[in-house]
Ligand binder design. Structure first.
Ligand SMILES: C[S@@+](CC[C@H](N)C(=O)[O-])C[C@H]1O[C@@H](n2cnc3c(N)ncnc32)[C@H](O)[C@@H]1O
Length: 194
């Protein structure tokens, strides 16, 4: 389903995203064509999923995937991640937030467009519930190191291990693309500090 917020000028209530009895909510930032999220939503019908994507074509593809697979636990919001995280998403609503293969903006003059920053970490800890998790994957080693510096320096998040196969975690569209080109994937997992 598409998710169109009832009001863009205030923080939402969790029940405004999925109106049924609140359940675990996972948010995928930059969900692309939705392959990852649709696979995860199919595997976990007992949880709810929200994909955020700014490109219309990709948001539409993700939305169609949810409809074709009849996934009533997956919604897609077409919006800028930073706006949704800072101004729209409810406090402490999400059990997991995924940031998978964010645009690396390799040119130095574009580094300020990168997603992971101190403000981003603060927004994560606002939106994640106590004990909630943030999961990051990228093929860009330099961006990974920069992100890890910011994330490990953030007071609200603690790094935890993420062993291969520890839990069901489908490959994303971009992950398959990069693996097909022989690239190495970097992963990290953080928990909201107690
Ligand atoms: C490299 S793609 C990865 C897509 C998907 N996560 C995957 O792994 O297949 C990055 C995605 O994030 C989206 N994106 C980048 N910056 C964004 C922003 N500020 N707000 C919303 N979407 C964004 C892009 O449009 C793109 O679809």
């Amino acid at each position: 389903m598409q998710f169109i917020p009832p009001d863009y000028f205030r923080k939402l209530e969790k029940a405004e995203i999925f109106s049924r009895q609140p359940r675990q909510l996972e948010i995928d930032l930059g969900c692309g064509d939705g392959s990852f999220l649709a696979a995860l939503a199919g595997h976990h019908p007992e949880r709810d999923f929200l994909g955020i994507e700014r490109l219309l074509g990709r948001a539409r593809k993700a939305y169609r995937k949810a409809c074709q697979a009849d996934l009533d636990n997956l919604k897609v919001l077409r919006l800028e991640i930073s706006y949704a995280l800072a101004w729209l998403l409810p406090d402490h609503c999400a059990s997991r937030i995924h940031l998978l293969f964010p645009d690396p903006w390799p040119k130095k003059k574009h580094h300020k467009r990168r997603m992971v920053s101190l403000e981003f970490c603060e927004a994560l800890t606002r939106v994640l519930e106590p004990g909630g998790e943030f999961l990051l994957k990228t093929d860009d080693e330099e961006y990974f190191e920069e992100s890890m510096d910011v994330l490990t320096g953030s007071s609200g998040l603690d790094e935890v291990s993420w062993e291969d196969g520890a839990f069901f975690y489908p490959q994303t569209d971009f992950e398959q693309r990069w693996l097909g080109q022989g690239k190495t994937i970097q992963c990290s997992r953080f928990k909201v500090s107690d």
